[in-house]
Design a binder for this molecule. Structure first.
Ligand code: SAM
Ligand code: SF4
Length: 340
């Protein structure tokens, strides 16, 4: 950790291989996920408690603090920022923030992405594109209104309109689908066929134990192998070589790309290049960590060198894998607060 940067570019990743953000196991961090708010207009049972207690607005980082933080992180080697939540489109001023973030592209930032439930996307798609948003991951657990309502407690129609609006605005889209046994696993083939026809890259995500306490069960997880087994009877399926992506990629019928994020059955911790910031300004070096490093007080100081030291320290001490965090007693933060 001598502070030197090497800017070797690998064509496969399109981003510098080394950054100053490196952990004790030599994993360099290039990707930052920022939770802009813990609030959400959906109630996906796999993500949050039925009656969530929202953070007070005063406890959430303002855009000035967020921008300051992002500038420091880009200087340290972050190349890709993903805005998430809660629901990022519930944050007032989101388009202006993307516009401001876009200026960091002159300093090394390469991509600005967003993960959203798309409910409000019809209103924001055009503005986000103009502000510099590069791509969207949209959560879509079903294309059946009943199943969708059962999983999210909200209607499907505005989400489909949001997807169309993003298409019209020319924003590249990937779809995310969390599979929960007994809820939407009977629709694996149908959702894949729909996404295939619409030419959307689809990613199935294994259900992770990051929701309300006592809700997750191992038997509710649909694993990568189970998904592939179902798809094989309808598509010719070919696995692709793994890159720095959390998803294992498959080619269906020789041309359609499908991803599976198999955190539970096949963890990919050894190649993890991500960091996460919560809406209150806590840095998490692992999605499964029980606590983060609070940084807000350091962001408010004129001299940012202490902030930088704390960030480098937190990254350096990242554990080898998520299994090690599961030995800790309880987790205080759920998915909607850390941002997925
Ligand atoms: N509200 C936005 C959305 O749903 O796309 C962004 C925040 S959400 C927390 C980010 C991602 O985490 C979504 O793709 C969601 O499906 C996923 N997610 C939430 N809870 C999960 C869980 N328990 N296991 C796996 N993925 C989960
Ligand atoms: Fe909201 Fe996204 Fe969590 Fe669903 S997955 S409750 S849309 S934050």
């Amino acid at each position: 950790m001598d502070g030197s940067t090497t800017t070797t570019v690998t064509p496969a990743l399109g981003m510098s291989r080394l950054s100053q953000l490196v952990d004790q196991f030599g994993r360099h961090k290039h990707k930052l996920r920022i939770s802009l708010t813990d609030r959400c207009n959906f109630r996906c049972s796999y993500c949050m408690p039925d009656t969530p207690e929202w953070l007070a607005k005063k406890d959430i980082l303002n855009f000035e603090e967020l921008l300051q933080f992002c500038a420091v992180m880009v200087r340290l080697g972050i190349r890709h920022i993903r805005l998430t939540g809660g629901e990022p489109l519930m944050r007032q001023g989101i388009v202006n923030f993307v516009h401001d973030l876009n200026h960091l592209k002159a300093h090394g930032l390469q991509r600005i992405s967003m993960t959203t439930n798309a409910f409000y996307l019809q209103k924001y798609a055009q503005g986000l594109k103009q502000a510099g948003l590069d791509d969207l991951n949209i959560s879509l657990d079903s294309i059946h209104p009943d199943t969708f309502k059962d999983m999210t407690q909200r209607p499907l129609e505005p989400v489909l309109r949001g997807i169309s609006a993003a298409q019209q605005a020319g924003i590249p889209i990937k779809l995310n689908c969390v599979l929960v046994a007994g809820k939407n696993d009977h629709e694996i083939v149908e959702l894949t066929q729909w996404a295939y026809q619409q030419k959307f890259e689809l990613r199935f995500i294994e259900y992770m134990p990051l929701d309300q306490p006592d809700h997750w069960r191992a038997e509710k997880v649909i694993t990568e192998d189970e998904i592939i087994q179902k798809l094989r009877s309808h598509f010719q399926v070919e696995i692709q070589a793994r890159q720095h992506d959390p998803a294992t990629l498959y080619l269906l019928n020789g041309h359609y790309k499908l991803g599976i994020i198999s955190t539970i059955s096949k963890p990919f911790c050894q190649s993890c290049d991500r960091l996460r910031l919560t809406a209150t300004g806590e840095l998490f070096s692992c999605l499964f960590a029980n606590t983060g490093t609070p940084l807000r007080h350091l962001l408010q100081q004129p001299d940012l060198s202490l902030l930088q030291t704390h960030i480098l320290n937190a990254v350096w001490h990242k554990k080898a894998g998520f299994i090690e965090h599961q030995q800790a007693p309880t987790r205080k933060i759920s998915m909607h607060a850390i941002g997925g």
